[in-house]
Design a binder for this molecule. Structure first.
Ligand code: AMP
Ligand code: GLY
Length: 441
């Protein structure tokens, strides 16, 4: 059977790689993919991105299932279009994807279904928003309603920051129509984690838990990014909290959507704040897998991903079990100089071929590509082509050992002025130390 994965990031590299390991799959096309997916056995990049052309391709190649990575094609209705063409695709419809594409929709939905989240108010009128800020205590969080490439959220520590966020979104229209409405919400203190599930619209299969590192610099400082590294599982989600998150958040989302006439099928990602009282509150929903969370999660997945997705599209997710590597996995993102504002491109990446050879003989690590293209003097090299370039992902008997393994691999890779965080996994490692009352390694 042949599959099609839509997207070009590290998440899609990890998904496509894992799908290609299924004995039932002989080819996974990636549209458009990157230099990493181009090199991987069993994968083939296709340079198509328009939905009508993707539909033509899926028909011609008799693609068994198409799997969508990023939110933009979901927001554009790729699932609706494929389904209308009688093609099987895994992901939420445009309507279901509103959980991510409209923060106002998501907040109102959570309110209707009593799903724990930060208190909030919505505004279209900047005058009312400014008044509200003056009457509310700080810090507070200002969010554009629509998709804003991770830049539409401002955590305001001062009144000035809050007012200028309102002006940027509602008055200057920095995000166009994605900013015609805003949310101003209560600031939640705590530890942020990622809780990702697969669902067929009725049944839920939780994937392994994880934690991302969203800020550019160590210790959660610097600008917000797409994510600079992630590990799985996270000790911040104990078995009892896990059960509570499923009961109070994930199931109410899926049944609530169904009650409102929307079948939510696909991956669902809840970004959660675990508060000091050990309560989980929703920061955001994404209607897709996380990037870079997917990279460590896929490295730990022992079950056949294709079989899981097949059950999801057939509505039988209750009939499968999922098996995870007991070890921890940790991925460190190597980003280009200038990321996230203005990443530099076309730098030669050194040191990959040796690691790719080693990778063929071990399941202990994997180099996932994001912004890379083939190029260089002889056309056989690999060049940087975007903000996040690689995610070096390794397993280890603890988060600490996985961390050491990932950073050791990075010593072999080089491109000009790359940026990495040196502390990926630190919160998990410290927390594990605390709960074990001894060293995590
Ligand atoms: P979002 O896209 O809504 O997840 O927001 C981006 C980032 O802003 C999150 O990953 C959090 O780090 C931070 N954030 C969003 N909402 C809140 C909140 N209510 N309290 C604290 N931090 C928040
Ligand atoms: N890593 C955060 C996200 O995928 O949205």
């Amino acid at each position: 059977m042949k599959l099609l994965v839509i997207g070009s990031g590290g998440r899609e590299h990890a998904l496509a790689w894992k799908l290609s390991l299924s004995p039932r799959i002989h080819k996974v096309f990636v549209a458009p993919g990157n230099a990493g997916t181009a090199q991987e056995r069993g994968l083939e990049n296709i340079s198509i991105t328009s939905i009508p052309e993707l539909i033509e391709f899926a028909k011609k190649e008799q693609i068994a299932i198409t799997i969508v990575g990023p939110e933009t094609p979901l927001a554009d209705g790729i699932v609706d279009a494929f389904q209308a063409a009688n093609l099987i695709i895994f992901g939420p419809t445009q309507k279901a994807a509103q959980l991510e594409t409209s923060k106002v929709f998501a907040k109102e939905f959570m309110q209707r279904h009593h799903i724990p989240t930060a208190a909030y108010a919505t505004f279209t009128d900047p005058v009312l928003a400014h008044q509200y800020i003056d009457q509310t205590s700080l810090p507070l969080v200002v969010k554009a309603d629509g998709l804003a490439a991770g830049k539409g959220v401002v955590v305001a520590q001062t009144n000035e920051q809050a007012h200028s966020a309102v002006n940027a979104i509602l008055v200057k229209k920095n995000f166009g129509s994605a900013g015609s409405e805003i949310i101003i919400e209560e600031f939640l203190q705590g530890v942020e984690v990622s809780f990702i599930v697969m669902t067929d619209g009725q049944h839920i299969l939780p994937l392994a838990t994880s934690q991302d590192h969203k800020r550019l610099y160590d210790g959660e400082s610097g600008p917000n990014t797409g994510g600079m590294g992630a590990y799985s599982p996270t000790p911040f989600i104990s078995p009892s909290l896990h059960a509570k998150i499923l009961r109070d958040i994930i199931y109410p989302v899926i049944t609530g959507m169904r009650q409102e006439g929307i079948n939510y099928s696909g991956f669902l990602y809840a970004g959660l704040m675990i508060t000091e009282e050990n309560q989980a509150k929703v920061l955001e929903f994404n209607c897709r897998l996380g990037d870079p969370e997917t990279q460590p999660i896929m490295l730990r997945l022992k079950s056949d991903l294709f079989t899981l997705i097949e059950h999801a599209v057939n509505g039988t997710l209750n009939k499968v079990d999922v098996e995870w590597d007991r070890r921890a996995a940790l991925g460190v993102v190597m980003a280009a100089q200038g990321y996230p504002e203005n990443p530099r491109k076309n730098d030669v990446i050194h040191g990959l071929s040796q690691l790719i050879n080693e990778q063929a003989h071990t399941d202990n690590f994997h180099i996932f590509h994001s912004g890379t293209v083939a190029g260089g003097e002889d056309g056989k090299g690999i060049l940087t082509a975007g903000g996040r370039v690689l995610c070096i992902t390794a397993l280890g008997d603890s988060i600490k050992i996985a961390q050491q393994n990932a950073y050791k691999l990075i010593e072999n890779i080089h491109f000009n002025d790359y940026q990495i965080r040196r502390d990926i996994g630190y919160q998990g490692i410290n927390y594990q130390k605390k709960i074990n009352n001894c060293s995590a390694d």
